[in-house]
Design a protein around this ligand. Structure first.
Ligand code: C2E
Ligand code: CA
Ligand code: CA
Ligand code: CA
Length: 281
């Protein structure tokens, strides 16, 4: 018993060590990764439901780290890591700039604005010069603030909500559209939500995942739809994978659908077909 226990401890230590070493490596290689443009944007279409049809109206930009030795690294691994040590700003600034320049390229090529949503961390919002920075990025790329939607998770508003709301208010008055990501994951009070300057509620994926097999999820989305009507904001369902989910969400009046049902996130070259599809409407 003693023997196997010590084995277990040793194994556990090795796993912990490897995780730390991996994270240390990612941190120490950030500079070079930014220089060598190892971070790439993938785009996932957001479809607006209109009667019996739906068409792509915008997309969410999602980052991946295409590491030369470690392969494609998911944001679920490095975003929380960089949020914890102040490095996130550098990655996100790069992402927003790339996204803004992408909007401009499509504008020049197709003559239309295909708006993008980008993710903004709570840590980003708390940077002193955040508003200035994002305005400068938009201006520098030659697009308008109204071409950009900023996705801020519900949980970002939990601490110092007053300060966060003030910044979001400022951004919105400058023209940026604001989305509340992961809505319903359990942090905000209805009272707070009703005073928030937002354009869109993005349902937490947990509701969508079970909507076709669990009455509770269905009923909860029904309630969110009521709240959204009251606040006059649009509702987005993400993580929509199958027809049954789509049909129920449509029946409930959800405005915008995002998920594998239409497309997984795609690199620029493959995503272009959705921008071209938009031209037909
Ligand atoms: P999120 O903003 O909630 O993004 C939704 C996640 O769900 C994405 O994961 C997306 O690829 C995935 N997804 C989309 N459709 C489906 C579907 O039908 N089924 C399932 N099961 N999943 C689907 P991803 O790309 O791995 O991103 C994870 C999280 O990382 C994002 O969650 C976001 O919080 C964060 N993130 C991604 N890019 C950025 C970024 O540029 N900056 C910051 N600060 N955070 C980012
Ligand atoms: Ca998001
Ligand atoms: Ca989300
Ligand atoms: Ca999230």
């Amino acid at each position: 018993i003693v023997h196997s226990f010590s084995n277990y401890v040793a194994y556990y230590d090795v796993a912990m060590y490897e995780k730390d070493a991996y994270e240390e490596r990612l941190i120490s290689e950030l500079d070079r990764a930014l220089e060598e443009k190892q971070f790439v944007l993938y785009y996932q279409p957001k479809y607006a439901i209109q009667g019996d049809k739906a068409y792509p109206v915008s997309a969410e930009a999602l980052v991946r780290w295409n590491h030369p030795e470690l392969g494609m690294i998911s944001p679920g691994i490095f975003i929380p890591l960089f949020e914890n040590n102040g490095l996130i700003k550098r990655v996100d600034m790069y992402i927003w700039k790339e996204a803004a320049e992408q909007i401009k390229r499509w504008k020049d090529k197709y003559g239309i604005v295909f708006p993008l949503s980008v993710n903004v961390s709570r840590v980003d919002l708390l940077e002193k010069d955040f508003v200035e920075t994002i305005c400068e990025i938009v201006r520098g790329a030659g697009i308008r603030s109204t071409d950009f939607m900023l996705e801020v998770t519900e949980s970002a508003y939990t601490q110092d909500s007053k300060g966060i709301i003030e910044i979001v208010n400022q951004l919105r008055s400058m023209g940026f559209h604001i989305s509340m990501d992961d809505f319903g994951s359990g942090y905000s009070s209805l009272n707070m939500v009703s005073s928030l300057p937002i354009d869109e509620l993005k349902l937490d994926m947990g509701f969508v995942r079970h909507i076709h097999e669990d009455v509770k999820s269905y009923k909860l989305v029904e309630i969110v739809m009521e709240i959204a009507k009251l606040l006059d904001v649009k509702v987005v369902a993400e993580g929509v994978e199958i027809r049954e989910q789509y049909d129920l969400l449509k029946k409930l009046g959800v405005h915008i659908i995002q998920g594998y049902y239409y497309s997984k996130p795609l690199p620029e070259a493959e995503f272009t077909k959705f921008v071209e599809e938009r031209l037909n409407y």
